[in-house]
Design a protein around this ligand. Sequence first.
Ligand SMILES: [Zn+2]
Length: 85
Amino acid sequence: MKPTRPQVAPMSCREAMAVLWDLLDDELDETMAVRVRAHIEICRGCRGHHDFSKAFLERLATARDADATPRELRERLLRLRDQIA
Ligand SMILES: [Zn+2]
């Protein structure tokens, strides 16, 4: 059975986490953003990842790491996230 209403279709953790950065970067279309946010609200694990990543991005915006580009930092964080997932 396929979901008939995309805006309320349940999203798996894997799916939500795959687009987490896009959500934080404001690069998702509205339908997708709503679905991810809905998942984050009901899923404690993903909310933890979301809050952690958001805090990280906010810190990155205020205190740049002189030794690494934002992209490198992001990749490092993604690896870290995989370890704690
Ligand atoms: Zn989840």
